[in-house]
Unconditional design. Structure first.
Length: 242
């Protein structure tokens, strides 16, 4: 898919877009299954999607995957992929501008609309409080949250070893809580959960734990990561680099 014509092309344009969108983030709201947050769409509230991307820098391509799970059984009910040109150079704090066009295309290819989207990355745990999960939520209006593998530039203490233990993820410059380090498996290193859009932090943590009954990462992320990697490998087999 082509990069949108109005997509930021420079770092200055991307920073200005983040500043424009940041006030639109809604950092509170119920979690999946709480009702009243999907405009009466009962099916949407039972569906949770995960999104992830994989890159082929040699071909200047990014592959995005969206995988929809049943909220209660965690069974996969639909999946889609999208391929596009890498939309922005690599700049820390601006990764959403590299990934979002393909992610939006993958979500648009779904025939069923999820009530919640889990991103492999950050939401409010971002220097300008607009990571990929928050950016995606504002653009789509969907409830979103970020579940990252590292704390980025923020501070935390190790949570207790038990599953469900958590500690605040804080901005060292302000002391603000921007997320939580959450232990999803006993004795396994935590994941870093932050609000994306239209969900509260406690609700985002509860959602993450519900999606990670057996592994460190939520099932949404595991399925989306696997799908985008498989799609990229298939694309590379079909179009070898000359």
């Amino acid at each position: 898919m082509p990069i949108p014509a109005d997509w930021p092309a420079t770092e200055a344009e991307a920073l200005a877009e983040q500043e424009r969108l940041r006030p639109l983030v809604q950092p509170h709201g119920p979690g999946p299954g709480a009702g009243s947050d999907t405009d009466g769409d009962t099916e949407a509230d039972t569906l949770i999607a995960g999104v992830d991307v994989a890159y082929d820098d040699e071909r200047d391509l990014v592959v995005a995957a969206a995988v929809v799970l049943d909220r209660d059984t965690l069974a996969v009910v639909e999946e889609s992929t999208a391929v596009g040109r890498i939309a922005f150079p690599y700049v820390p704090g601006l990764l959403a501008f590299r990934e979002l066009p393909a992610v939006l295309d993958a979500l648009a290819a779904l025939t069923r609309t999820p009530g919640t989207v889990v991103c492999d990355g950050y939401g409010l745990a971002h220097p300008r409080r607009l990571g990929l999960a928050s950016h995606l939520g504002v653009l789509t209006g969907l409830r979103t949250l970020g579940v990252a593998k590292t704390p980025f530039v923020f501070d935390h203490h190790e949570p207790d070893a038990a599953r469900g233990a958590w500690t605040p993820l804080t901005d060292p410059a302000t002391g603000e809580e921007v997320g939580r380090a959450v232990r999803t498996r006993p004795g396994v290193k935590p994941v870093f959960v932050s609000v994306g859009h239209r969900i509260g932090l406690s609700e985002a943590v509860d959602t993450t734990l519900a999606l990670a009954p057996h592994y460190r990462l939520p099932e949404t992320t595991r399925h989306a990561d696997s799908l985008c990697r498989r799609a990229l490998a298939a694309l590379q087999r079909e179009t070898p680099v000359n």
